[in-house]
Design a protein around this ligand. Sequence first.
Ligand SMILES: Nc1ncnc2c1ncn2[C@@H]1O[C@H](COP(=O)(O)OP(=O)(O)O)[C@@H](O)[C@H]1O
Ligand SMILES: [Mg+2]
Length: 395
Amino acid sequence: MNEKFKNFENVVFFKKPLFTGISMTNFIKKEIIKNQSISDTNAVFLLGNIMDDPLMEIDRDQYITIANPAAKRLLGNSLIGSSIYERVISDELEEKLQSCFEKKDKIGEFTATLKNNEYHQLTGRLMIINDQKAAILLMDMTLQHNLEKMRRDFIANVSHELKSPLTSLIGFVETLQNTPDIPKNTSVRFLKIMEEESKRMSRLIDDLMSLSKVEVDEHIVPTGKVFIKKVLTSAIASLNDRAQRTGHKIKFLDERKNIAEELVIRGEVDEITEVFHNLIDNALKYSHPASTITVKIRNTETGKITIDICNQGDGIEERHIPRLTERFYRADKGRSRLKGGTGLGLAIVKHITNKHRGQLIIKSVPEKETVFRIIMPYYDTALPSLIKINGRERP
Ligand SMILES: Nc1ncnc2c1ncn2[C@@H]1O[C@H](COP(=O)(O)OP(=O)(O)O)[C@@H](O)[C@H]1O
Ligand SMILES: [Mg+2]
């Protein structure tokens, strides 16, 4: 082994404790100045100390000879002297390594997973140092992999959701075009279905736009004042016609200790309205016909207001509850479609609630009561860290 290299290995990887930030950078600078003659390779391994990605040196038999702190964090301690295959699983590494050594190809790439966690997705790069040693850099791609999967699933879901109404529309248009003597009542029925399918697509686009808007600025804390009783009564009023058609009653109860007190939260009126519109709409859709929906406000926790939307219906099985706020997740797909649902309502509710630093709690006793509870901080206490700068409030 190269003497200088050995020296560095000892100094950097074994004798020195973990460094961070400036002290590490200074240490490296000093070492490089002290050892003017260190090779580029040694400098690279030295810099491995400040890298977030695991960097290792392995010998021709694939035993680890040097490992930076990030490698130890990801692959475990006692790395030196162990085989790389004790720590990672890769179908490609051995072949890539041999071919790089034999063909004198300097660089190769491979994919791998962790031996003790196969869900961890890694991309590795290997570089031949000399005819006995190779450097391996591992990059954790799990997050990118999961995001990519989410993106693919989302596009597949949106396409699927749009495809069904579109197929139905195209079918009816063709039938109407190719049947000149179609009876009046049949064409009226077809047009009614076409109208419903078009509205379903329009609702889906509206919900997708709402979702993308709220996702983009979820980190921005709203600054407006929302008079919550006003929002609730107007959401109820806007759905009253529909409620009457199905024989439903929507009851509003103010159970606060001091009901005369003005109830204000910090937020965007349109977004808060959308939350309660979606929740009352769901309560109407998924409850027993002609039952009563109760919208109840209480001040249970100090500094917080609780708004419950309660309905009687089939309810939701426990196993579905944690997944209801995922995009396009429905407890009962057929029923949601029949009711014209997009499967995005609760995803929008969750994002808006998060943005307002609130909480959504779902409780359901099948065949009895289902409660969607929103907990929001009051206007005064919403952002205790707000300070006034030039007369304006800033976080
Ligand atoms: N009040 C409720 N009672 C029973 N199930 C509900 C209720 N609200 C929502 N759900 C379930 O949650 C699913 C997701 O709701 P949501 O995101 O609003 O989509 P949808 O467009 O289907 O209404 C619904 O499909 C339904 O299965
Ligand atoms: Mg809904």
